[in-house]
Design a binder for this molecule. Sequence first.
Ligand SMILES: Cc1ncc(COP(=O)(O)O)c(C=O)c1O
Length: 326
Amino acid sequence: MPEAIGGYFELELRKGQHPYPQAVAFNSARSAFKALVLARNLRRVHLPVYICDVMQDVLCGSCVEVLQYALSERLELRDFPVLQADEALLFVNYFGLKADYIGEVLTVRYGRQLIVDNSQALFSAPQAGVATLYSPRKFVGVADGGWLANAPADLPQAEISSSQARFGALLGRLEDPPQHHYAMFQSLEQALENDGVKAMSPSTARLLDSIDYHEVARRRMDNLAQLRRRLDHRNRFTDWPAQPVAALCYPLLVKSAETATRVRAQLLEQHIYVPSYWREVLSSPTSPPIERDWAQCLLPLPIDQRYNVDDMNRLADAILQNMGKS
Ligand SMILES: Cc1ncc(COP(=O)(O)O)c(C=O)c1O
């Protein structure tokens, strides 16, 4: 059909370009992962224990064996599994802070058998030839979407997904306080699990092309730097990259599960929302102590582009007040 000329306007969006135009675009990062694993005919993949369930769930029923590996206190591999030709190892660039380790250690050791999960590291460029996943909605206001950089050439073309029914929570947050639409946000996230492996919808693709990524990255760097100035002395996590990065969050690792639960609840009363990564780790009795510690004691503090240094100071004041001297 020829393209329409005239008629009513679509949602008006700036025309720019997202950071990974060579990547293959999917409806989610988990779909990108599944498509990659199937296209490469992998028999076995190694996943960290410390990751969200959906990355393992997406391979259910696909005959691909999943082995889990443990992390060190620096969120690096405790041991290096030896991989056969039909295996791969996925590593998460945690909070966007592990790019140096990926480049200097994992890429050198595993080469193309490494899959980098940059779902938490939108601004971390892929290593040459290394398959790399992105989940842009963890950084910007879209309802879905995933990218696979350095995809195999023979990746089958997936059916195009539709995001029209998934805009409710995004639009709601423009008009009302976030708590009014949080339940809808959660059910839309849940529903993504049933979407299957699809290509990114045209609406999400257009929205992702309309964003000023330079500004997003700059704000995140500034906000992270401010929280570092205010909170590093109370943080058990100390393994910061040498260069400033546009991270996902400020990972505040507090001393105990009780402190984390108490501070999170007190912040909630002040309408400061702090997510949890990943409670599901606690439901497995075999999860190692370091992963349990992270799942219980981490407060991933928001540093995103909606906020400035004054907001970061309000956040830091609230944290320090609620942590007390404990
Ligand atoms: C580290 C990591 N990888 C992958 C995913 C899956 O991303 P998506 O929801 O886009 O499939 C998540 C989701 O929470 C994640 O935290």
